[in-house]
Ligand binder design. Structure first.
Ligand code: PLP
Length: 421
């Protein structure tokens, strides 16, 4: 595997060991324990800057659901990004990082009254996702809103993370969205623009282009029927990342430029005034910046053709294999230059036969105590983790500028017992 295909920008092999951000992974693991999610500051900053280069005039909001973390929110805020939040908890993380007002977008398909109230109090741009968001939003004192419309476009991605299709639980079908814009204005809300999110882990531009073209047509209808045009068009997140060396490459700069160009083209075709573009990347910012480091425990030959390598985490820190059939590759961080000698099934420590992280990993024969590094695990891993089997969730560390900073401490069994009255 070419390291830079999937590992963060600063990953190197030095004296046979994987080094990230100048720190040998084994030193990080010895000091902070395993499993450990290691984030590379340089990769995070570079990916944020790449979005900016591609769409210099766009508003950028980090989609906090990919990995809610205050240090990363602060770092991205330094790069000029705001945050897209969909719950009270995500909003609290963004506020803790110092984000307020027009640097926040609040969406969510079932916002509680207290979430709307907190969003209004923080000055968020509120995304109307359902008809009853209108009255409840107005009652909470909302002023600036976007209306989320469902274009009915099928994205080429896993069904669980496609969102723009007809029948989606997110957003409003076009006629209802049009009516909601009218109702919102009657309620005294300022409808600043439209919101849409086609789906996640998109590795080609097809669905995104279709969505933007469709949206321009919808905006033209809004002008004709309501005399209203959007000043802001928020197209959500969606850019995919590579999990396997053979996955296609779609860099953030190319994606952002293509979206901005398409928006300009589609709006011009309809003779509409060009709106401000907003993007809400999540996975594509934090995913490739993170890798998970596990300690190998039991190595068990289950049959002539199947050897399990059990690590000290699993579906509690990364449920993506179970949720989406996600596939990963891995490297032995402490023996990074050794050639593979076979394929091994990397499994976790949980009480489910399905707790398999990688079905066939090419590795030098692993031994107890080795460190297994899994790249592209910075997004929707810890964020979706659980405490299954009463396993405390891992720590996360940010490496960069000569420092390794703990950005999320490891949970302890005492933390779990603290929930028990
Ligand atoms: N914005 C919205 C409204 C979303 O629903 C999502 C993901 O589901 C995102 C942004 C982030 O998407 P991604 O992580 O694919 O960039």
């Amino acid at each position: 595997m070419n390291l830079h295909d999937l590992f963060p920008d600063t990953a190197r092999v030095q004296e046979g060991e994987l080094v990230v951000g100048g720190f040998p992974v084994s030193a990080l693991a010895d000091e902070l324990g395993t499993p450990l999610v290691v984030y590379c500051e340089q990769t995070l900053r570079e990916r944020a800057r790449a979005f900016r280069r591609g769409a210099p005039h766009a508003l950028l909001f980090y989609s906090v659901k990919a990995f809610p973390n205050v240090a990363i929110l602060r770092l991205l805020a330094e790069e000029g990004l705001g945050a897209e939040v969909s719950t009270l908890g995500e909003l609290a993380f963004a506020r803790q990082a110092g984000l307020l007002g027009d640097r926040l977008v609040l969406d969510g398909n079932n916002k509680a009254d207290e979430e709307l109230a907190a969003g209004v109090e923080a000055g968020c741009l509120i995304v109307v996702d359902a008809v009853d968001d209108l009255e409840r939003g107005a009652a909470a004192g909302a002023q600036r809103v976007l209306v989320r419309v469902t274009p009915g476009i099928d994205a080429d991605t896993h069904v669980a993370i496609a969102t723009g299709h007809a029948g989606s639980k997110f957003g409003l079908p076009p006629e209802q969205a049009m009516a909601a814009i009218g109702q919102a204005r009657e309620l005294g809300l300022q409808v600043v623009g439209l919101h849409v999110h086609t789906g996640s882990q998109l590795l080609d531009l097809g669905a995104e282009r279709m969505t933007i073209d469709w949206l321009a047509g919808f905006a033209a209808e809004c002008r004709a029927e309501l005399g209203w045009v959007p000043e802001l068009v928020d197209v959500g997140g969606g850019l995919g990342i590579r999990y396997l060396p053979d996955d296609p490459v779609l860099p953030p700069e190319t994606f952002a430029r293509a979206v901005a160009d398409r928006l300009a083209r589609a709006w011009t075709l309809h003779g509409l005034p060009l709106p401000t573009l907003a993007l809400e990347p999540g996975r594509s910012l934090v995913g490739p910046a993170g890798l998970t480091v596990y300690r190998v425990g039991v190595v068990k030959q289950a049959s002539d053709t199947l050897t399990y390598v059990a690590v000290d985490g699993g579906m509690s820190d990364n449920p993506r294999p179970q949720l989406y059939g996600a596939r990963y590759v891995a490297l032995l961080a402490n023996r990074a230059e050794e050639a593979p000698t076979g394929t091994y099934a990397v499994c976790g420590k949980h009480c489910e036969s399905g707790d398999v992280l990688i079905e066939r990993a090419s590795l030098p024969h692993p031994r107890r105590g080795d460190l297994l590094a899994v790249p592209s695990t910075g997004a929707y891993t810890l964020a979706m983790g659980s405490n299954y089997n009463a396993v405390p969730r891992p720590a996360a560390v940010l490496v960069g500028a000569g420092k390794a900073r703990l950005i999320r401490r490891r949970e302890t069994v005492a933390d779990l017992l603290a929930f028990e009255p």
